[in-house]
Write a protein that binds this ligand. Structure first.
Ligand SMILES: [Zn+2]
Length: 77
């Protein structure tokens, strides 16, 4: 995704590539795009926060941020 050169659709500023992450103490995990509605997984009769994504398409994402206004725009590939 390095060749995507973007201009901000809001203000025309320069869009810089980055990645959105989930932080768990000192660890950083990339966020993914997953197709479909969020469905919580049921385990031993209990519904937790863990999502059931079995059989779904999962893609890495790249997020661009405008250097001027801070607008974020994400792409999945
Ligand atoms: Zn902008």
């Amino acid at each position: 995704m390095e060749d995507l050169q973007q201009r901000c659709p809001k203000c025309g500023g320069e869009m810089r590539q980055g990645v959105q992450v989930y932080r768990d103490e000192a660890n950083y995990y990339p966020l993914y795009w997953v197709e479909g509605e969020p469905v919580k997984r049921v385990f031993l009769g209990f519904t937790g926060m863990n999502l059931d994504i079995d059989g779904r398409q999962i893609l890495e994402t790249a997020t661009f941020k405008c250097s001027d206004c801070g607008f974020l725009e994400s792409y999945a590939a």
